[in-house]
Design a protein around this ligand. Structure first.
Ligand code: SF4
Length: 124
């Protein structure tokens, strides 16, 4: 029987994306392929990545970015179920004085856009 599908979007730290994830966000795609880290929750699903974006740079403009992503996804009939905020954003908040309040932004995105928000992506 075919697996149910989950469509996801990924948002990364603009300062880190493409630096520690050299090779086009290779760590995220490896994590998805292996259902590793926060992607493990999708082990019983087929996963389709509908889009990747970044936070827009410090101090982080996640709400407008998610609004744009949601609008474009609808326009192109690629709506998604969940948004992963990258491991890079987690690391930035823990080690680099990133000003994003993750729990607060998670609540706001879930309330305004009715999307599941997952804090983290790959484990590497
Ligand atoms: S706001 Fe945070 S996640 Fe965005 S670029 Fe700055 S440090 Fe990275």
């Amino acid at each position: 029987m075919a697996k149910a599908k989950k469509r996801i979007a990924i948002i990364a730290c603009k300062n880190i994306k493409g630096v520690s994830c050299v090779g086009g966000c290779l760590k995220c795609f490896k994590g998805i392929a292996e259902r590793a880290g926060e992607y493990e929750r999708w082990k019983d699903y087929e996963v389709e990545v509908v889009g990747m974006d970044d936070c827009g740079g410090c101090p982080g403009v996640l709400m407008p970015k998610v609004a744009l992503l949601a609008d474009m996804a609808k326009l192109y009939e690629r709506d998604f179920d969940a948004i992963h905020l990258g491991t890079c954003i987690m690391k930035a908040t823990q080690t680099a004085k990133c000003p994003i309040d993750l729990e607060d932004v998670k609540k706001k995105i879930e309330k305004k856009f009715n999307k599941e928000v997952i804090l983290g992506t790959h484990p590497y």
